[in-house]
Ligand binder design. Sequence first.
Ligand SMILES: *Cc1c(COP(=O)(O)O)cnc(C)c1O
Length: 380
Amino acid sequence: MSEFTFQTKVLHGKHRIEPTYGGVSVPIHHTSTHHQYDIDAFGKYDYNRAGNPTREALEDTIAELEGGTRGFAFSSGMAAISTAFLLLSAGDHVIITEDVYGGTYRFVTEVLGRMGISYTYVDMTDIEKVREAIQPNTKVIYMETPSNPTLKITDIRALTQLAKEVGALTFLDNTFMTPQLQRPLELGVDVVLHSATKFLGGHSDVLAGLAVVNDSQLAYRLEFLQKAFGAVLGVQDAWLVMRGIKTLHVRMEQSMKAALQLASYLEHHSKVKRVYYPGLASHEGYEIHQEQAYGPGAVLSFELCDEDTFRLFVEKIKIPVFAVSLGGVESILSYPAKMSHAAMPQEEREKRGISNTLLRFSVGLENIEDILQDFEQALR
Ligand SMILES: *Cc1c(COP(=O)(O)O)cnc(C)c1O
């Protein structure tokens, strides 16, 4: 089905028809082990931490959508990210984008550091800063673009080229874009990571993580680590993510259209100090994003003019749930300083533009006129 567009591919992947009875939904194989019929030749599956047909269907699906050769499903986005970091050894060095997801920041600083892996946070909008941070033992350059929550743009092609010059691998957290809007492997990235909890799952009802590669050696190493570390995704959850992916295209298109309208509205509102959204021509890195992605996504952040306005707004807004997370069918309003980035000290947060009046909004599937009206009354 590779000749078709993404919109069609999300529905008609390798597992669209189940081979035994022709079912059009992937069966949920609830089993922890598989009987072996032959003492000399074991079947494809044995113990299910190493492989399960339902999980594998999801792994094939994400690999196909990202344009990779192998996908891996984990029990959460952080499980996928942490397992990928296990490709490193003591003595190695990582360069990581400074406004990385809070949980990734926590894992790198609190866990990798303790295991003898050093790290440098840099502003990846500036390739020269990345170049300066390179050390002889730099093994991984870790990107997140657009970043969280200020949606900073990293030039993926420039960074993968730099990484190749110095023999480092590149990881990219593609959660905000999904393969619909950005396919990092095509731009030279080695490992694509996802919190499938967000847009891929899409319904705020499942935690899941994914990793995708297109190099057979890397696939072999990640497969080993997935089994060795053991943070695999359960079959019910794998099924929920596959169900979510079937409507990814239609959800993303709808939410993205609304996000652009909302961002334009906020940009001109007197009580809004600043709007961060890669779909606005005024957004830093707008052109680079246009060249490497197929759309700006459905997440935007905005800074309100002062703390009083901020408190009143959060109190008065009706439609969104006020919560951690993003990418659901319902709009989600988050407060990065106290939610996703709570693990980061205030000083570090402020350096990254995550002020105490910054809010992040993940646009869901509500009618945009209702959303605009709700913002209008809450800001008033
Ligand atoms: C949510 C998120 C994660 C972590 O994923 P979990 O599924 O919550 O473990 C990682 N990166 C980004 C960008 C996220 O939004």
